[in-house]
Design a protein. Structure first.
Lengths: 155, 126
C-alpha cells in the first residue's frame, strides 16, 4: 500500500465503480487520450474479429499447424496481400492487448512511481515487439539469411 | 447486484482471456522472428506447436480468443444501446458462452484429430 493518499494516482473515470453498473462495458471517457483509447478498443476489436477468425481458419482448419513451416510462409508471403494482412493484425493486436494491460495496471497499481514504471514497460514492449514483428513481415524473403545477415555484419 | 453474478464473470473472463492472449501474442512474435534465422532453425523450433501437449494448450487459447471476440461485441452493444443492453445483458452473456462453445468445437476437433492419427484439414497434416 502507498504511504499517503495524495501520492496515489487518481482512479480513472472508467475504473471499477463505473464498470459495475454497465455489465462489463465501461463508461465512455469525456475526452483526451482515454476517449481515444475507448474508441480504439472498440474499432480495433471489430476489425480483429474478422482478421483473427480468418487467421485461425487458415492456420488450423484449412491447414494443420504442422504444415505451417518455413516453405508455407514463403508461399504465403509471395502474395503481398498476406503481408499487409499480418501487418494490420500485428499492429492492432499489439496495441489493443498492451492498452488492455495498461488499463489492468491502472486497476491494480496505485502508487505513482510504480504505475509510471509499469506504463513505461508497456510502451517499451509495444515498440520492441512491433519492430520485431514488422522486421519479419517486411524483410522476410526465402533463401536469404535475414537476421543472421545482421550478425554477419557485426562480425 | 454485481458480485458473483454474470456481470462479474463476463468482466473477469474478458480480462483473464485478454491478458492470456496478450502473453501468447508476445510469444508468437518471438517465434515468428525465428524465420529470419532460416528454414532449419524455424522449422525445428515451431515443431513444438505440433506436439500433443501444445495442441491441447492451443484449445484454451482458441476458447479465450473466441470468448473475448464475442464478449467484445456484447460490450459494444451495451455501450451503444444502453437500455436494451442492460435489460438483455444476462441473455447476451449466455449467448456469448453458447456461441463461444459452438464455434470452438470445430476448431477443437480439427486441432486434436492429428493426435489420434486423423487429419481433417484440406491442406493435409505432416
Amino acid at each position: 500500500m502507498a504511504k499517503s493518499v495524495t501520492q496515489d494516482a487518481p482512479a480513472r473515470e472508467h475504473s471499477t465503480t463505473s464498470r459495475h453498473s454497465t455489465y462489463g462495458a465501461t463508461a465512455r471517457p469525456r475526452g483526451g487520450f482515454e476517449l481515444f483509447s475507448w474508441y480504439f478498443f472498440r474499432i480495433s476489436g471489430v476489425i480483429m474479429i474478422f482478421l483473427v477468425i480468418i487467421h485461425l481458419v487458415v492456420m488450423h482448419l484449412t491447414n494443420d499447424v504442422s504444415k505451417t513451416v518455413y516453405d508455407f510462409v514463403a508461399n504465403r508471403y509471395a502474395n503481398p496481400f498476406w503481408r499487409v494482412f499480418d501487418l494490420l493484425l500485428l499492429t492492432l493486436a499489439l496495441l489493443h492487448g498492451l492498452n488492455g494491460l495498461r488499463i489492468a495496471i491502472d486497476d491494480y497499481i496505485r502508487p505513482r512511481g510504480w504505475r509510471l514504471l509499469a506504463h513505461s514497460a508497456v510502451w517499451t514492449f509495444a515498440l520492441t515487439f512491433w519492430l520485431m514483428g514488422m522486421m519479419t513481415i517486411i524483410t522476410f524473403h526465402p533463401g536469404t539469411a535475414g537476421i543472421t545477415n545482421l550478425f554477419g555484419l557485426l562480425k | 447486484m454485481y458480485r458473483g453474478q454474470s456481470g462479474m464473470f463476463s468482466w473477469l473472463f474478458h480480462r483473464i482471456s485478454g491478458l492470456g492472449i496478450l502473453l501468447f501474442l508476445l510469444l508468437h512474435i518471438v517465434d515468428i522472428t525465428l524465420l529470419g534465422f532460416g528454414p532449419t532453425v524455424y522449422n525445428d523450433s515451431i515443431a513444438i506447436f505440433s506436439t500433443w501437449y501444445i495442441r491441447i494448450a492451443s484449445l484454451f487459447l482458441i476458447a479465450a480468443v473466441l470468448y473475448h471476440a464475442y464478449n467484445g461485441v456484447r460490450i459494444i452493444l451495451v455501450d451503444f444501446w444502453p437500455k436494451g443492453g442492460v435489460k438483455y445483458q444476462r441473455a447476451m452473456f449466455y449467448t456469448v458462452l453458447v456461441v463461444t462453445v459452438a464455434s470452438w468445437v470445430p476448431f477443437a476437433v480439427f486441432i486434436v484429430a492429428p493426435i489420434f492419427g486423423g487429419c481433417l484439414q484440406s491442406g493435409g497434416c505432416q
